[in-house]
Unconditional design. Structure first.
Length: 135
């Protein structure tokens, strides 16, 4: 990736902050019954955190699928991120794709609500993994 440690740390901190801020957008979307938008924001909050984790440990992904693959390889198969949270992340990815690109499907409240807590736990788990290295 060619980043100095200072640059890497700055990017990781920025992406974690962006993940937390994006979670706030989820609440706004939910209050306005914007379920496609809520799913989009849930997924991106987790994506920003996942990409921060990968950068923090020197892994490079160039696509969303690449982030999912590297996350699975380095953190799910090793047990650092539990499979339940990874499945929720994958569900968010699929729902985000559906909500953003499919013409005849709208995400519903019933799709979004079960993903709220796993998204928060996913981000918290990643923050802990990053703090482990930073300390």
């Amino acid at each position: 990736m060619g980043l100095t440690e200072e640059e890497k740390t700055a990017i990781v901190k920025y992406r974690l902050e962006k993940a937390r801020d994006t979670l706030l957008d989820v609440d706004i979307a939910i209050q306005n019954h914007r379920w496609n938008n809520a799913t989009n924001r849930l997924y991106y909050a987790c994506y920003y955190a996942a990409s921060a984790l990968l950068i923090n440990y020197g892994h490079v992904a160039h696509t969303h699928s690449g982030v999912k693959s590297l996350l699975g390889l380095h953190y799910v198969t090793t047990g650092l991120i539990n499979d339940t949270l990874n499945k929720a992340y994958n569900k968010m990815f699929n729902l985000r794709q559906t909500g953003d690109y499919d013409d005849l499907y709208n995400v519903t409240e019933d799709d979004v609500n079960p993903l709220l807590e796993p998204a928060k736990q996913f981000i918290q788990t990643i923050e802990q993994l990053i703090l482990t290295k930073l300390n």
